[in-house]
Design a protein around this ligand. Structure first.
Ligand code: GUN
Length: 295
């Protein structure tokens, strides 16, 4: 049996450091960081995420600004809101929850966000900076995966890593991060040939494909570290609804050295990293040092 990587506990530790950092900012600079979250439409999963982000923002002592817009919002109205948030000094971070309704061009919206307030790290300038290894705001889920890996393995230099999935939100940025950490990186996707045997070569497996329980135990190299980014709601044989990852946990946990559970693995780390990015963005905007608690 493998070690279970407890993302929930680690995220709690990170949040308590963030809370301390927020207190330091207030005491030393009279600054309270603010995060604006924008939700367009009524996607049920997005509503849950946005509520959770707003609650945790307030819990660590930061200001939360929520903007909920109707499903039929036009792209120009959303652009207008973002331009206002770009100008608002109390707002240090802006997150537009994805996916957006079909009439809105997500890429245009993301690139309208002030690059220094882009706490998702999705702006083309932050993406480019990450790819050349320079300072940037790093996307939250990839940042969470890296923290979990380093806590579990220590130095990951030289390890063979496979990332299953090539999304702009997770697959591509996590590949860049692992490359920066000197891993040998394979990005696999729906056209990859013989995925299971390619996966069996990997010391690190990151599953971010969005297919419930796709990665089976016999795809995993013995003692490998498995990070499951998937969050899929399925109905089990008894008709009950439950959350599962992209990894078949029952079989994979028999083979892996360490594995993240779903829920309780990567998910909680994502929001903790978002809060951390909001502090980093605040300090860059105000040109002050990062508080000691998170530096
Ligand atoms: N939808 C799913 N994951 C994310 C994320 O990390 N950020 C945003 N903005 N939307 C998402």
């Amino acid at each position: 049996m493998s070690t279970v990587i407890d993302g929930k506990a680690l995220a709690e530790t990170l949040r308590s450091r963030i809370k301390q950092a927020v207190s330091e900012l207030q005491a030393e600079h009279n600054i309270v960081p603010g995060l604006a979250v924008v939700l367009v439409g009524e996607n049920p999963a997005s509503q849950v995420y946005v509520r959770s982000k707003a609650r945790q923002t307030v819990e660590v002592g930061m200001q939360s600004f929520e903007h909920r817009l109707p499903e039929n919002t036009s792209e120009s109205d959303l652009v207008q809101l973002i331009k206002e948030l770009n100008q608002e000094p109390q707002v240090n971070g802006i997150l537009v929850q994805l996916p957006l309704p079909a009439q809105i061009n997500s890429e245009h919206i993301i690139n309208t966000i002030n690059v220094n307030k882009d706490v998702d790290g999705f702006h083309v300038e932050n993406t480019g900076r990450l790819s050349i290894g320079s300072d940037s705001l790093i996307p939250c889920t990839p940042a969470g995966c890296l923290i979990l890996l380093k806590r579990t393995i220590g130095d990951i230099a030289g390890q063979n890593a496979i990332i299953i999935g090539r999304s702009n939100i997770v697959g591509k940025p996590v590949a860049q991060l692992l490359l920066k950490e000197h891993c040998t990186v394979t990005i696999a996707h729906s056209r990859t040939r013989d995925l299971s045997s390619t996966c069996r070569q990997a010391d690190i497996v990151i599953a971010a494909v969005g297919v419930p329980e796709m990665v089976k135990g016999d795809w995993i190299k013995p003692r490998a570290t498995v990070i499951d980014v998937g969050i899929n709601r399925i109905t089990d044989n008894s008709g009950k609804s439950k959350l599962v990852g992209d990894v078949d946990y029952a079989s994979a946990s028999e083979v892996a050295g360490a594995i993240t559970p779903v829920p309780g693995g990567v998910g909680p780390m994502t929001i903790a990293c978002l809060l951390q990015n909001t502090i980093i963005a605040t300090c860059r905007q105000r040109q002050i040092k990062l508080p000691e608690a998170i530096s």
